[in-house]
Design a protein around this ligand. Structure first.
Ligand code: G6P
Ligand code: MG
Length: 215
């Protein structure tokens, strides 16, 4: 078989945490009178915490000191952790478990490729952790998406070449990262905001493993 592995982004692909990141950044922005929009939030998807703050400060045209930045990064994460504190398997997105089950039955390797430093805790809270053969998260990479590092490390950890991997992503930065790594990518979301993917679906309820084997 051509493909051996699937690499999954976490936030907005497996679990509905994208909304919590949005809420936490929105709350933070209000400290300097900035109201984060949905369109701007799209650009924050897939990129690291530090880079997200830098973008927000730029949009707000606010010159922050190092101390303010450190404090706000901490505050945003504390707020985010509070929002996800009661997370459980109910917040796994529709169709995800049955898709993972199909992959397992068909012998695929499964890895996580996420920019989040909170990935481990979310995988544990939701019980998703048991599906993964490798986990590459924000603690294991030095370059953010759209750099392909996170997916290249995922492929390497599974012992696969990039041609043998399919990436699942909800962020434009993540689609670009997968493409830069020479991998096939399925976008999760709307074709109105995502471009460059080999296929776009709105949810895992729309796809069977057999649907992507011909990509
Ligand atoms: C993911 C999300 C981003 C988030 C980043 C870092 O890529 O899509 O919105 O900023 O992870 O997450 P963290 O949990 O480390 O703040
Ligand atoms: Mg995502």
């Amino acid at each position: 078989m051509k493909y051996k592995a699937c690499l999954f982004d976490l936030d907005g692909v497996l679990v509905d945490t994208a909304i919590y990141h949005f809420q936490a950044w929105k709350t933070l922005g209000r400290q300097f009178d900035f109201e984060l929009s949905h369109e701007q939030n799209e650009e924050l998807k897939g990129i690291s915490r530090v880079e997200s703050l830098e973008k927000i400060l730029q949009w707000a045209n606010y010159q922050a000191t190092h101390e303010q930045k450190d404090r706000w990064l901490k505050e945003k994460n504390e707020n985010y952790l509070a929002l996800i504190s009661n997370m459980n398997s109910n917040e796994i997105l529709p169709g995800v478990i049955s898709f993972l089950q199909q992959l397992k039955e068909q012998g695929f390797l499964i890895a996580l490729g996420s920019a989040s430093k909170n990935a481990q805790i979310i995988l544990e809270k939701t019980g998703l952790i048991t599906w993964f053969h490798a986990i590459i998260d924000g603690n294991k990479v030095s370059k953010s998406k759209p750099d392909p590092e996170v997916f290249q490390k995922g492929a390497e950890a599974l012992g696969c070449s990039s041609e043998e991997c399919i990436v699942f992503e909800d962020a434009q930065a993540g689609i670009d990262a997968a493409k830069a790594g020479g991998m096939k990518v399925i976008g999760i979301g709307s074709p109105l905001v995502l471009s460059g993917a080999d296929k776009i679906i709105s949810s895992f309820t729309e796809i069977q493993v057999s649907d992507f084997l011909t990509l």
